[in-house]
Ligand binder design. Structure first.
Ligand code: ZN
Length: 277
């Protein structure tokens, strides 16, 4: 089990999160950029080493859709994310690719053209790959649930993400892959077949939480594993059958769980991971 540090974003800063994760014998973490920036990059890298924590990824690069005036700053930002991931020793940089330009890079001229947004994502990932490849930092495209298509990510199915991988990395040797998040993908009728298609080389991360019914907020109402309707163990089985040997990373954006003490959240994650993941 790995803890994505957004799960504890309101309870403490990165040093406090790392200390608690080590104490609860969590094997790995996936830190977020804003938390790393707050703690300081070099200090965060040292804290990770000192705590004996592995990384399951670095969250996140992306938000690549921008108008002309904001495109270069988006590129620069993504290159910095790659460099930070290298410094931290992350196995991959997770990409939340962005939706329409006005939401992906605020200040960009508004557009309703989602096809153009998707074309730009392909161009920008190709561009970033040229930088990430010599830095030896794999890029993991995370397909998002279609409810996020406008604001956060216009790559919405695993098939779409893998088609892009096949286009930009046909020989599977350029370090391009996917992050499979059960919250975004559980509903997809093609999920099992696309996970099998991805195979070990493309499966770079596995994010777990649960889908609550009814869901009351698009972003901050994710459930603790076992509290919703996702058959997480079934999906984990598909991942492992396809050759995935990495962590199950708990990533819960939740107003409910952000109000609980850090130790209680971690205890619950450990218990649920054993029981339902
Ligand atoms: Zn995720």
């Amino acid at each position: 089990m790995s803890i994505n540090t957004i799960t504890l974003d309101r309870q403490g800063d990165l040093p406090a999160i790392f200390e608690a994760c080590a104490r609860h014998r969590v094997a790995a973490v996936c830190p977020w950029r804003h938390q790393v920036h707050q703690a300081g990059l070099e200090r965060a890298a040292k804290l990770l080493r000192d705590a004996g924590l592995n990384l399951s990824g670095y969250c996140r690069g992306g938000m690549m859709v921008a108008d002309k005036a904001h495109r270069q700053s988006a590129r620069d930002d993504n290159r910095r994310a790659v460099e930070e991931a290298v410094t931290l020793g992350a196995p991959s940089l997770v990409l939340v690719v962005g939706g329409l330009p006005q939401f992906s890079r605020p200040g960009s001229a508004p557009s309703k053209d989602i096809a153009a947004a998707r074309d730009m994502v392909a161009e920008e990932i190709a561009h970033l790959l040229e930088f990430a490849l010599p830095a030896k930092m794999p890029l993991a495209i995370e397909p998002l649930h279609p409810m996020h298509a406008a604001e956060r990510g216009c790559i919405n199915t695993l098939r779409q993400a893998l088609d892009l991988c096949d286009r930009l990395d046909p020989a599977r040797d350029r370090g391009l892959g996917v992050a499979v998040d059960v919250y975004h993908c559980w509903w997809d009728p093609e999920l099992a077949t696309q996970i099998a298609r991805a195979g070990a080389a493309r499966l770079m991360a596995f994010h777990v939480c649960d889908w609550l019914v009814p869901t009351t907020h698009l972003l901050t109402d994710r459930g603790m594993m076992g509290d919703g309707i996702v058959d997480i163990a079934l999906i984990r089985g598909w991942m492992e059958a396809a050759g995935y040997g990495g962590h199950a990373e708990v990533e819960i954006f939740s107003e409910r769980w952000w109000r609980e003490p850090m130790d209680k959240v971690l205890e619950t994650c450990v218990e649920r991971h054993k029981r339902v993941v």
